[in-house]
Design a protein around this ligand. Structure first.
Ligand SMILES: Nc1nc2c(ncn2[C@@H]2O[C@H](COP(=O)(O)OP(=O)(O)OP(=O)(O)O)[C@@H](O)[C@H]2O)c(=O)[nH]1
Ligand SMILES: [Mg+2]
Length: 448
């Protein structure tokens, strides 16, 4: 990361030709930039119409709306300025070049605005992650979750827990102070212990959420598997409403895994079409394709096992059957019913015909219900990333040790609580987190 004392600037609106481009400037020289390029400096937080000029040559670059946000009431917590210029390439490049010619000003790195906001206490780490998710959100439910997190829902939860731990630590200390009054000391230690037990329960419940937040953030993985020629690729195309995968009456058409992202009632779903599974695979490519299918199916959140009603029923292979609670059996080609070559449907199978569209609505409803049951959407804050889970587990370990050890060893118990509080602090960035910052902010684009 480059020097923090610099004034940084970047185009914060989208790339490419557009009606308007928003150029943001943050840092100690932000006010001087307005004075030099778009005088006079507007009233704080009011938009003003200004002529934008090159600070050295005086050449007119554009007419724009200018805004001035003096510190600390700005997004980064520093002095900030904003120029809303016309979005043409030459205008934007001209303004950026002019900004770059001012001493102490340079182009921002990806995520640098958000990072400064974090350093100035305008944002915590989970809020920054929520912001990055908001920019990447593809579905309505993802947007709502990211917005709640960016708005501080996780921060309030985790910081609240940290404060409770700090309270329990104070109780322990008080226990030491009252060591010459054994009754009082025993009481304070008991209070501390009860508080830690309650907190441990809260964290355990939060962790035991079936990965809802993570599933919503990353997408629910559905794998289409089944014997060759059952119509898996046809079904994928029907669900995606476009020709994504090749369909043919030749068995073994699909060799590799093909993925499509869909939105089902606002929930993100990733459907993978796979190579058909059958016992007699001989070719190397075919065997590799089948190995990939089984691997995918095992990692899936839901398997759609598709069979062809006109062929002898294919049992769900052992590797996949282990996930029976996450498998829906679908019998395709029900239109062939008329030709009378049908085999009995497995119990509970959903009958469809991709060809005629029969049963497809029913399948879509069942699929949506499965996704909704697993992801749902809760108003209560949910953890959304493996980082949160890992850090909370690091917090739980010393808490468990605390509850399982003699409270009389006050110094050791206090150390347990300190370690747990530290883990929570790393979650929100309340304690030193230099090492995780680069990882979090590398996901941002320039201008954010
Ligand atoms: N009659 C009928 N034919 C279907 C139906 N769905 C798919 N087919 C046909 O079944 C054949 C196989 O379809 P695919 O979608 O390629 O099957 P697949 O399961 O992807 O096959 P592989 O990739 O080889 O494993 C094609 O000729 C399709 O047109 C259906 O509902 N009814
Ligand atoms: Mg196929």
């Amino acid at each position: 990361m480059r020097p923090a004392g610099d004034t940084i600037f970047a185009v914060s609106s989208g790339r490419g030709r557009a009606g308007v481009a928003v150029v943001r400037i943050s840092g100690p020289a932000a006010g001087a930039v307005l004075d030099q390029m778009a005088p006079p400096r507007p009233k704080p937080r009011f938009a003003a119409f200004r002529t934008v000029r090159h600070p050295a040559t005086g050449e007119m670059l554009d007419e724009a709306l200018a805004l001035w946000f003096p510190a600390p009431k700005s997004e980064t917590g520093e002095d900030m300025a904003e120029l809303q210029v016309h979005g043409g390439h030459a205008v934007v490049q001209g303004v950026l070049a002019a900004l770059g010619s001012i001493a102490g000003c340079r182009l921002a790195e990806p995520g640098e605005f958000a990072r400064r906001a974090l350093e100035n206490g305008k944002l915590d780490l989970t809020g920054a992650e929520g912001l990055a998710d908001l920019i990447e959100a593809e579905t309505a439910a993802q947007r709502r979750q990211a917005l709640r997190q960016a708005g501080g829902s996780l921060f309030r939860l985790y910081e609240g827990w940290r404060q409770r731990l700090i309270g329990a630590m104070a109780q322990l200390e008080a226990g030491i102070d009252f060591s010459d009054e054994p009754d009082v000391a025993a009481d304070t230690l008991k209070t501390a212990r009860a508080e830690v037990a309650a907190l441990t329960g809260d964290i355990a419940r939060h962790l035991d959420d079936g990965h809802r937040g993570e599933l919503l953030r990353e997408g629910f993985h559905v794998v289409l598997a089944g014997p060759p020629n059952a119509g898996k690729s046809s079904l994928l195309n029907a669900l995606a409403r476009r020709e994504v995968a090749i369909v043919s009456d030749e068995a073994g058409t699909t060799r590799d895994v093909i993925e499509v992202r869909l939105e089902l009632e606002g929930l993100p779903v990733i459907i993978s079409d796979t190579a058909g599974l059958h016992a007699a695979a001989t070719g190397k490519v075919e065997q590799e394709g089948m190995r990939r299918t089984v691997a995918r199916a095992r990692a899936a959140d839901l398997v759609l096992w598709l069979i062809d009603v006109s062929a002898p029923p294919a049992a769900v292979p052992v590797g996949i059957a282990a996930k029976a609670d996450r498998t829906l059996v679908i019998a395709n080609k029900m239109d062939l019913l008329a030709s009378g070559v049908l085999h009995p449907l497995p119990a509970g199978a959903i009958g469809i015909s991709v060809l005629t569209g029969d049963g497809m609505d029913h399948l879509a409803r069942r699929l949506t219900a499965c996704v909704r049951a697993r992801i749902g959407e809760s108003e209560a804050p949910v953890l959304t990333q493996a980082r949160h889970r890992q850090q909370l587990e690091r917090c739980m370990a010393p808490l468990t040790s605390f509850l399982g050890s003699p409270i009389g060893e006050v110094e050791l118990r206090a150390e347990d609580l300190r370690r747990a509080a530290h883990a929570l602090g790393r979650l929100t960035g309340a304690v030193d987190v230099e090492d995780v910052l680069d990882q979090v902010f590398s996901r941002f684009c320039i201008g954010k």
